[in-house]
Design a protein around this ligand. Structure first.
Ligand code: FES
Ligand SMILES: [Fe+2]
Length: 369
């Protein structure tokens, strides 16, 4: 079933959109890199070669030799240097510095160390290799001090379990993100016996507030003395839920009840033009002692993400012909905020002025879902 979904991805595409640079994006899973193997990745239309040095540092270089452009991933990596397969230039991969040009003679004046391949800041969090993608022309980033912190799943105890899911989405980043925060599709796209049915639709009222680079939906529920909460081991405790959207592409969900917690970070990342990839990382300390919980969580999470993926593949069929679209109140208000935030961020990057937040203060939204 998942195979059919992936095959359809290749043919569908819609209109492209502006991308947000100067931020961190997840490139590949760290598990795809072991020893001297190099992984390839695509971020914001940039081909990357990603690896890990013998000393344990992750690196990400543009997968193109600065000499004649052949992908460096065709070359060799000995744990310390990446060597191009065409003329053997050897690069230190974390900085990108060229350390050797085999064709040079003792008469040559050219100093290889002044040549740099394009290398990007790179860090591992939650098993993702995150890469900082600067605006092109920004120049080489050497120190890491002025970069924003690398995103990760919030954790509230030392012991926890975690799971990871991914799927390709055949749409531009804007549609991927508004799908991510869309509150009204649940009863239709995700209807199933184990989740909820269409008949369960009811009116909801949610409180939103501006946060840095995004907005938060917060909910404080009174203690719920029902069976599911008993199962979670939080019987009688107040449950708080927050869902944050943060530019450029992050949705954090945190559920806490006393000592128990569940948290996830979902990102939608532009890969090649008109395509993106959704990655979900979750961590929790509920059910710590139940065997197989990780595989059960993965099974239900996978179904959920596949339902979104299939819907976006079908949506892309329609978007190919550039129809005009609508955003309605209140259910699409988070999508409107996303577009306004993105616009404000792009303006601030262009002018160098601080980013102005499109929301003045807290807002209550109502919809049926
Ligand atoms: S193309 Fe890479 S060394 Fe010449
Ligand atoms: Fe969904």
């Amino acid at each position: 079933m998942a195979g059919d979904v992936t095959r359809a991805t290749a043919s569908a595409s819609g209109p492209s959109t502006t991308l947000i640079y100067d931020d961190w994006y997840p490139a590949v899973r760290a598990s795809e890199i072991s020893g001297k193997t190099l992984a390839k990745a695509m971020l914001l239309g940039i081909p990357l070669v990603v690896g890990r040095t013998a000393a344990g540092r992750y690196f990400a270089m543009r997968d193109a030799c600065p000499h004649r452009g052949i992908p460096l991933s065709y070359g060799w990596f000995d744990g310390e240097q990446v060597t191009c397969k065409y003329h053997g230039w050897a690069f230190e991969p974390v900085s990108g510095q060229c350390q050797e040009i085999p064709s040079l003679t003792s008469r040559d004046k050219l100093d290889p160390c002044r040549i740099y391949a394009n290398a990007f800041p790179c860090e591992e969090r939650d098993g993702h290799v995150w890469v900082y993608v600067p605006q092109s022309g920004r120049g080489r980033i050497s120190g890491r001090d002025d970069l924003p912190s690398v995103p990760e799943v919030p954790k509230f105890s030392r012991r926890f379990r975690s799971a990871y899911l991914t799927a390709d989405l055949p749409c531009n980043i804007d549609h991927g993100i508004i799908g991510l925060m869309d509150p009204a599709h649940g009863p239709f796209v995700h209807q199933s016996w184990w989740w909820r049915s269409r008949a369960s639709i009811h009116e909801k009222e949610k409180h939103f507030e501006p946060i840095q680079q995004g907005f938060r939906m917060s909910a404080h529920q009174p203690s719920a003395n029902s069976a599911p909460y008993k199962l979670l081991g939080v019987y009688g405790q107040a449950i708080t839920t927050t869902i944050d959207f943060v530019l450029p592409n992050r949705r954090y969900e945190i559920i806490r009840a006393g000592e128990k917690w569940f948290a996830s970070l979902t990102t939608v990342t532009p890969t090649v033009e008109n395509n993106c990839r959704i990655d979900v990382c979750a961590a929790w300390n509920v059910f710590m002692n139940v065997p197989f919980l990780t595989s059960i969580a993965k099974f239900f999470g996978r179904r959920f993400v596949e339902q979104d993926q299939l819907t976006m593949i079908q949506q892309a069929e329609g978007l190919k012909y550039n129809p005009s679209l609508m955003l309605i109140d209140d259910a699409d208000r988070p999508a409107k905020w996303y577009f306004e935030l993105k616009q404000a961020r792009l303006e601030s990057q262009a002018t160098g002025q601080p980013m102005r937040h499109p929301m003045d203060g807290p807002v209550t939204l109502r919809w049926r879902s």
